[in-house]
Design a binder for this molecule. Structure first.
Ligand SMILES: [Mn+2]
Length: 459
């Protein structure tokens, strides 16, 4: 401790402030003040002069109807009527309001309240009367208190009921708001799809599988009869597609199938870009905006899967075409999500361009057929060698050419499938005409291989 410290403490104890002590000692005020501050803190004395001042008893002057209260240093003065003081005590001691609530209620400043509280030594458990009131009839005061409490009880009860009712009302309003919002969203985006109701058949052990590859629909392609000999648009495509599905469902009634295979894609959509071109950018003649085309396609595919799933459990996967490489993948994801809880429908969202189905001794490979060229005859053996070894009847089913042809080499048939689409202007001009609008479906036997080809001709 430096020499001056003890002297400073002594002077401070004698009642001198930091200014006088620093002048006396010839030291800077800040040095002395900060030392005394730390010393007082160490002694656990009050730090902060205001607090110290407020702790000293204020002076109360009684003026009959009102009091004038001054703090010990005369820096704060409050005038309060006795009537107000009574209300203050009722609110604070009887109703147990907080200081802030009482201040708000009586419109008085918090420091004024504290001064009044200190002056009269008011505490929460104090009686809600002035000392002079207690000189009179105590019983009457007690009665008055009880009456007031009863009244307050009913007021509080009523307020609580109102609060509850308001809260409930707000909840109902919020519920209504969300219900209306949901309804609006649903009705804006709904499509009038009703799930077809065909009775589901019991699981069969027939050893038969039905394959329904509707290739090259080219949904939303536009063709004009005077130019191409035949009209084609989104509505005609929809009708042709559904005609094929209905034909298949009709014929299947006379069979028992264990499995239905339904590849999607294969140029199901006519274009893949916002400006109406194929995936690689070749412009097309289109009938529809891209989003509308996709929504219609989704609707057709869901309907088709629903109908086919009444025949037997359905396996669905995507074969990307050169017109719908991306769009058909989005569609398969849609189907996957749509049928996620349907045990009868399995949707494979693998983006591979070639897919395989093994059924007994049959192995069917699927690809759109625009890329592999002659290599296709060697792809199956390399990609699924074990299945190749287990099977005997092997075929590739491709689209793209819109016409039927079969070539068999090295133990595998490559079968190009017909299409139900119409000829567009470019194909007409180029001389690609005359293909019959037909779709082929295949009946496979586990032991005997391909047994039947169903031709669904559309007009
Ligand atoms: Mn194609």
């Amino acid at each position: 401790m430096a020499d001056w410290h003890e002297r400073a403490i002594q002077m401070h104890r004698d009642g001198l402030g930091a200014h006088k002590i620093s002048a006396e000692l010839g030291l800077p005020f800040a040095t002395v003040n900060s030392f005394l501050y730390r010393w007082r803190k160490q002694q656990q004395q009050y730090v902060g002069e205001r607090k110290g001042q407020e702790e000293r008893k204020p002076v109360v002057e009684d003026h009959g109807d009102y009091y004038v209260i001054k703090n010990a240093f005369g820096t704060r003065k409050v005038t309060i009527t006795k009537a107000t003081l009574r209300v203050l005590k009722q609110l604070y001691c009887e109703q147990k309001l907080t200081i802030n609530q009482v201040c708000r209620e009586l419109d008085i400043a918090r420091p004024d309240f504290v001064l009044v509280k200190t002056a009269f030594g008011i505490t929460k458990d104090d009686v809600p009367y002035l000392d002079e009131d207690l000189q009179g009839d105590i019983d009457a005061l007690v009665d008055e208190s009880i009456q007031r409490k009863k009244q307050q009880y009913f007021i509080k009860l009523q307020q609580r009921e109102i609060d509850l009712a308001l809260k409930e009302l707000a909840q109902y309003r919020r519920q209504d708001y969300f219900l209306e919002k949901i309804h609006r969203l649903v009705t804006e985006h709904e499509w009038d799809y009703e799930r077809p109701k065909v009775p589901r058949r019991p699981t069969a052990k027939s050893g038969l599988m039905l394959e329904v590859p509707i290739v090259d629909l080219h949904l939303a392609k536009l063709a004009w009869a005077p130019e191409t000999g035949e009209n084609y648009d989104i509505k005609i495509a929809e009708k042709r597609f559904m005609d094929v599905i209905c034909d298949i469902v009709e014929r299947a009634q006379h069979y028992e199938f264990e499995q239905v295979v339904f590849p999607i894609g294969n140029d199901f959509f006519n274009y893949d870009s916002v400006d109406g071109a194929t995936t690689k950018g070749t412009p097309q003649d289109n009938d529809s905006r891209w989003a509308k085309m996709f929504l219609k396609g989704r609707e057709l595919l869901i309907t088709a899967v629903d109908l086919l799933s009444q025949i037997a459990p359905v396996k669905v996967f995507q074969i990307p075409g050169n017109h719908d490489y991306q769009a058909s993948w989005y569609a398969i994801v849609c189907l996957h999500d749509w049928f996620r809880n349907d045990e009868n429908v399995t949707v494979d969202i693998s983006p591979k361009s070639r897919k395989y189905v093994e059924f007994g001794k049959c192995l069917i490979g699927f690809t759109h057929g625009d890329k592999e060229k002659k290599r296709i005859f060697g792809n199956m053996q390399v990609e699924v060698p074990e299945v190749w070894g287990r099977t005997l009847y092997r075929e590739w089913h491709t689209g793209h050419l819109h016409s039927e042809r079969v070539k068999e080499e090295h133990g595998v048939k490559v079968r190009s499938l017909s299409s139900v689409t119409a000829t567009d202007a470019w194909h007409y001009v180029s001389g690609y005409v005359g293909a019959i609008a037909v779709s082929q479906s295949f009946v496979w036997d586990k032991d005997k291989g391909l047994r039947e080809i169903w031709y669904s001709t559309v007009t």
